[in-house]
Design a protein around this ligand. Structure first.
Ligand code: ADQ
Length: 456
């Protein structure tokens, strides 16, 4: 059985990063096959970085490197997060196409590839993660590696027209075809990628995921990422969850909770969501004083200007909505710019009558799946899901909305709040089954089977 070699920007070398689903899935694969995990240490250094640090934990060898200030800025903050992230989320208007950032992106991809190649042995399979490393396959090949390389994109792949807005799209597409198996979150993303190859690169779609392009045969498929479904359900009835439920219960005082949980990111559609909630209080006066909306949104990438602007916009909107609708004994909209422990989140999901997952674009969105698993089967809440989240392909039995249509979102929240118990249970049972069947282990296995990695 060959080893699995993982490459991602952040690794689970830091035990606190191990709680997330992805870290768990990759970790499980590595401990079962034996393997290595390469990435960034999380440190930024002045001057040249020292030699990579080796850490061994439970049979997994981590090799992590520091970034220089120039790498962290050009590769991470600029090209990855101010070019690829906005363009792949259909926000070309927010992209900053600098002169030198792609150079930094190329150099970091090459430097990490050069760090990996000497460790590779015959029989190994490489699994590269996410938009930071779109060029990694090409550099591994140039470094002499001809064994299998898989790639999984956690964010959307945009439509060909939008992808073409990226000045370096040709180089990126060609480099991506050095991977053997390319995994996308949804059929929609997969089809965008394949359409680009067929229309712009003379690729031939041979069916069943196979594509001939640039003299190679590669596979592109949808592998929707899942969560650790059963264990998340257990968290929702644990002590820590109950404490969180009782704390928010005191605040609610019998009112119904409408909940949002997101990283503070412009892709998540938070201003549009706040406005829709305002519209609901406006158009459905019976909800006033009876319903409270709480949005949990820890700031992320706060060194990037667009994220700072979003924070200001949300602060203003929250103030305005509370000013317009609030009363002496009622706060219509609460917005908590901090993160909570997963166990506490599970409790909040469980007590919520409605969860709003309304991104303008999202690769998958795991909050939607976590909310489903946290519900009480005797009295499940209702998930309202954006048609632009990858999760909408799997969770089509829930209430699906266009997040730009504030009136319709407002109406849907009202409909969810009024939904009879029987309908809520029927819908929830279908969602639960999907989330349990297509959990994180299912996702990992499906991908690694296609990459032909033998795991036990
Ligand atoms: P993200 O954009 O980070 O992930 P998401 O899928 O929703 O988005 O995952 C967020 C995770 O962070 C969830 O597990 C959630 O519980 C947690 N989280 C969110 N807000 C939190 C808060 N306030 N406090 C504590 N925890 C919080 C990227 C892509 C997604 C894709 C995932 C996985 O953008 O589309 O689903 O990767 O592939």
């Amino acid at each position: 059985m060959g080893r699995l070699i993982a490459i991602s920007n952040r690794t689970a070398a830091d035990p606190s990063a191990r709680a997330g689903g992805l870290a768990v899935a990759v970790w499980e694969s590595l401990t079962s096959t034996g393997g290595m995990w390469f990435g960034w240490s999380g440190n930024i250094v002045k001057g040249e970085p020292g030699p990579p640090e080796h850490i061994t934990d439970e049979g997994v060898d981590f090799v992590v490197t520091d970034f220089t200030e120039a790498e962290h800025d050009g590769f991470y903050l600029q090209y990855a997060n101010r070019v690829i992230w906005p363009v792949f989320h259909y926000r070309v208007d927010l992209a900053h196409f600098g002169d030198t950032d792609f150079d930094a992106y190329e150099k970091v991809n090459k430097r990490i590839a050069d760090m990996v190649v000497p460790h590779l042995e015959k029989g190994d399979s490489v699994w590269v993660h996410d938009y930071h490393f779109l060029l990694m396959g090409d550099y591994l090949r140039k470094g002499g590696w001809d064994g299998p390389i898989g790639f999984f994109l956690h964010i959307p792949f945009p439509s060909p027209e939008v992808f073409r807005a990226l000045p370096e799209h040709e180089q990126i597409a060609r480099a991506m075809c050095a991977f053997d198996v390319l995994g996308f979150q949804s059929e929609n993303d997969r089809s965008n990628f394949v359409q680009f190859l067929v229309r712009s690169c003379d690729g031939v779609d041979e069916g069943d995921g196979w594509i001939s392009v640039f003299g190679r045969r590669i596979r592109a498929n949808a592998y929707p990422i899942g969560i650790e479904a059963e264990s998340f359900a257990k968290l929702a009835t644990g002590q820590r969850a109950k404490t969180a439920t009782s704390r928010i219960g005191k605040f609610l005082g019998g009112r119904k909770l409408v909940l949002g949980v997101d990283r503070m990111d412009y892709s998540k559609g938070l201003p549009q969501r706040f406005e829709a909630v305002g519209k609901m209080f406006d158009n459905f006066p019976s909800t006033r004083g009876r319903v409270s909306f709480t949005q949990i949104a820890p700031p992320s990438r706060s060194k990037v200007e667009e994220y700072q602007d979003l924070r200001v916009q949300l602060d203003e909107l929250a103030g305005r909505i509370n000013g317009d609708y609030g009363d002496l004994d009622w706060i219509p909209l609460r917005y908590l710019a901090r993160s909570y422990d997963r166990k506490e989140l599970a409790g909040l999901y469980r007590i919520a009558s409605v969860c709003l997952v309304t991104p303008l674009r999202d690769g998958m969105n795991l909050v939607a799946k976590e909310f489903v698993m946290a519900q009480d089967p005797d009295d499940p809440g209702v998930l309202i899901l954006s048609q632009f989240a990858g999760a909408a392909e799997q969770l089509s039995d829930t209430l699906i909305v266009n997040p730009h249509d504030r009136y319709h979102v407002a109406e849907t929240i009202y409909k969810a709040l009024e939904m009879p118990l029987e309908e809520r249970q029927e819908r929830w049972e279908k969602l639960r089954r999907t989330v349990v069947e297509q959990d994180i282990s299912w996702w990992r296995q499906k991908f690694l089977d296609d990459l032909d990695v033998d795991t036990c």
